[in-house]
Design a protein around this ligand. Structure first.
Ligand SMILES: [Fe+2]
Ligand SMILES: [Fe+2]
Length: 213
């Protein structure tokens, strides 16, 4: 799976380091949660909707991209148990994000607020687990085990996977990181993009490379 086709001649290793990129995306979702709850206090439905759309999309892209790149690397470097646990976490997050996506903010603001926080809290708990070596720390353990160049290579695989990942949660889809998952993503990608085109989104705290370029 791993190869040496990645060019590091531009000295961009720190940017492409998978752990740095993943932490940025984790932080984006933590920041959106904070802003969502501030908007809820002001009963700002438009801002709440924008943030929920961004969070659902980012969580979907993030999960699928990790599964086909970083979690594959976990398995390759001797952390299969951690990869299995992370995939189970993702399944639960996708189920809650999917429930949130199917809920209209116009039916009940309080219910929408509650669902958003439940889904976000589960994502954040999982993200903290990935980052904290005292709890689970799968991604930190992987980063500590590989070279800077290998970390950048995994980072490039993560970005490449992100371009192919579905933009909506699909808890029923395969998530083993193999061809079945890629094929399922290819089927849903077009309809996901159509749905996304009709939504408004909030700005992220950290810019993230576009999934469409
Ligand atoms: Fe994850
Ligand atoms: Fe993550």
């Amino acid at each position: 799976m791993a190869n040496n086709s990645t060019s590091h001649s531009n000295g961009n290793v720190p940017f492409k380091d998978f752990l740095k990129m993943i932490k940025n995306e984790h932080e984006n979702i933590k920041d959106w949660k904070h802003r969502f709850n501030a908007a809820f206090e002001k009963k700002d439905r438009d801002e709440m909707s924008r943030i929920a759309n961004s969070t659902i999309r980012s969580a979907a892209l993030h999960a699928d991209s990790e599964e086909v790149s970083v979690y594959k690397a976990l398995e390759q470097h001797g952390f299969k148990e951690q990869a299995d646990k992370d995939r189970r976490d993702h399944q639960h997050v996708k189920q809650l994000m999917s429930k949130l996506e199917q809920t209209s903010i116009n039916d009940s603001l309080e219910h929408f607020h509650k669902l958003f926080n439940e889904a976000c809290d589960l994502f954040i708990k999982h993200a903290d687990d990935e980052e904290d070596p005292n709890v689970h720390g799968s991604l930190v353990q992987l980063r500590n085990k590989v070279s800077d160049e290998r970390a950048a290579e995994i980072g490039e695989q993560f970005l490449k996977a992100r371009k192919m990942a579905p933009e909506r949660p699909h808890p029923e889809a395969p998530q083993g990181g193999g061809m079945a998952q890629k094929a399922a993503a290819a089927v849903t990608k077009a309809t996901d993009m159509f749905t996304s085109a009709n939504h408004d989104y909030a700005q992220p705290k950290h810019d993230f490379p576009s999934v469409r370029t």
